[in-house]
Design a protein around this ligand. Structure first.
Ligand SMILES: *Cc1c(COP(=O)(O)O)cnc(C)c1O
Length: 353
C-alpha cells in the first residue's frame, strides 16, 4: 500500500500493532526522480536519482520520524511534546501535535531559523521559544525538560524518530528494485544517515534487497565536527538545518560510513550555494540550502573519481526550497526587472527587442 503514511505502509518493520492509533498526515511515498541533466552537466557516466523529501506534508523528511514519535507519545499518554530545532523538526512537531491535539513546545536558536520554518511553528500553534544560544544549547534544555513524565522529547534522541525515518531507504529499494550503489545525503545531527543505514540493513536482512549502498554523508565546512573529529563550539553555515556542532548520532553516523565503506566529508558554503542554484536550474528541483550539501557532495566525489562508471547513485534532498526564500532570492543571482506596460519594453527586457 502506498500513500497512506509510512506507518501503515511499513508497519511490519515498525514498533506498532493493530491497536495503535496512528497520527499521520500521509507522509512518505515521495518522488524518486532521475536527474540526467545534472549528470550530463558533470560529463555523464552514472545514474542519479533524487529522493525529494521536500514533498512531505511539512516539506521535509522530518515527518517520517514525527508520525511515529507522536503516535507513540500519544499511545503512552504524554500530553506535551518538546523539541530543539534548527527549524524543520519544530515545523513537523508543531503540525503533528496539532493533528494529535497535543501541546507542542519548540526551542530554536535565536534569529537562526529560516523564515518559512518559523511560520510553520507559529501557525500550527506551537509555543515557540527562541533561545539565546545555538542548537546544541537548546538540545541540552530539551533533555532536561524530558525528565518530566508528561513531556515527550521528539528530537532524534527519541528512538522512534530514527525508526520512522528508515522507511525512506525502504522506498528507495522498492522503487529501484534494489539498493543503490551509493547514497549521498546532508549530515547535521546525523540521525538521518543513521536511519537510512538501519533501513538498508533491515531490508537486506529481510530479503527485500540484495545489497547495501556506500553511505556518503556531507557536513557544511563551518559545522563539520564529524570530519574534524571534535565538537565545533560555534558552528556557522548558510545551511541552517545542518548548523550543528555536536551531533546526537555522531557515533552511529561514523559506523554507517565505516560499515558501508562510505565516508563523511564536508563542502563549503559556496559549493552548497552553487549546487542549490544548479539543481534548481538544471532539474527544476528547488531545495533548501542544507539539502544542496548532498548535491555538492556528489560534485566533489565525482571530481575525486569516487563514483564508479555505471553506478546507481541516490541523493536525498531533505527539505523544500520555499523554507528559506531569502537565501534563494540572494542566490538566484538574477533580479526581476520592472518594465513599462507595453510589448516593446517586454521584448527589450527579455533580449528580443
Ligand atoms: C534535519 C535536516 C537535516 C539534517 O538531518 P540530520 O538527521 O540532523 O543529520 C538536513 N537537511 C534538512 C532540510 C533537515 O531538516
Amino acid at each position: 500500500m502506498t500513500g497512506h503514511g509510512i506507518i501503515r505502509r511499513y508497519r511490519e518493520f515498525l514498533p506498532v500493532d493493530n491497536e495503535t492509533q496512528i497520527v499521520s498526515l500521509n507522509e512518505g511515498n515521495t518522488p524518486l526522480i532521475e536527474a540526467s541533466n545534472l549528470v550530463s552537466a558533470l560529463g555523464g557516466g552514472f545514474h542519479l536519482f533524487i529522493k525529494n523529501e521536500g514533498l512531505n506534508p511539512t516539506a521535509s523528511f522530518k515527518d517520517r520520524g514525527m508520525t511515529l514519535a507522536v503516535t507513540k507519545a500519544a499511545e503512552r499518554g504524554a500530553r506535551i511534546i518538546v523539541c530543539a530545532s534548527t527549524g524543520n523538526t519544530s515545523a513537523s512537531a508543531a503540525a503533528y501535535a496539532a493533528r494529535a491535539g497535543m501541546t507542542c513546545v519548540v526551542l530554536i536558536p535565536e534569529g537562526k531559523i529560516a523564515y518559512g520554518k518559523m511560520a510553520q511553528a507559529l501557525i500550527h500553534g506551537a509555543q515557540t521559544l527562541e533561545v539565546r544560544g545555538n542548537f546544541d544549547d537548546s538540545l541540552e534544555l530539551v533533555r532536561a525538560l524530558g525528565e518530566r513524565e508528561d513531556i515527550e522529547i521528539v528530537n532524534s534522541i527519541n528512538p522512534f524518530r530514527l525508526q520512522g525515518q528508515k522507511t525512506a531507504a525502504f522506498e528507495v529499494c522498492d522503487e529501484i528494485g534494489n539498493a543503490p550503489d551509493m547514497h549521498f545525503m546532508p549530515v547535521g545531527n546525523a540521525g538521518n544517515i543513521t536511519s537510512y543505514w538501519m533501513g538498508y540493513k533491515e531490508y537486506m536482512d529481510s530479503g527485500k534487497s540484495s545489497s547495501k549502498p556506500r553511505m556518503m554523508g556531507w557536513q557544511a565546512e563551518g559545522a563539520s565536527p564529524i570530519v574534524l573529529g571534535e565538537v565545533v563550539k560555534s558552528p556557522e553555515t548558510i545551511a541552517t538545518a545542518i548548523r550543528i556542532g555536536n551531533p546526537a548520532s555522531w557515533e552511529q553516523a561514523l559506523d554507517a560510513a565505516n560499515e558501508s565503506s562510505g565516508r563523511i566529508d564536508c563542502v563549503s558554503d559556496d559549493e552548497i550555494l552553487d549546487a542549490h542554484r544548479m539543481l534548481a536550474r538544471t532539474e527544476g528541483i528547488f531545495v533548501e540550502p542544507a539539502s544542496a550539501a548532498g548535491i555538492a557532495g556528489i560534485f566533489k566525489s565525482h571530481s575525486l573519481g569516487e563514483i564508479p562508471e555505471g553506478s546507481n547513485v541516490v541523493v536525498t534532498v531533505t527539505g523544500h526550497g520555499l523554507k528559506d526564500p531569502g537565501v534563494a532570492i540572494d542566490n538566484a543571482k538574477s533580479k526581476s526587472k520592472v518594465v513599462n506596460p507595453d510589448l516593446e519594453s517586454v521584448l527589450s527586457a527579455i533580449g528580443l527587442g
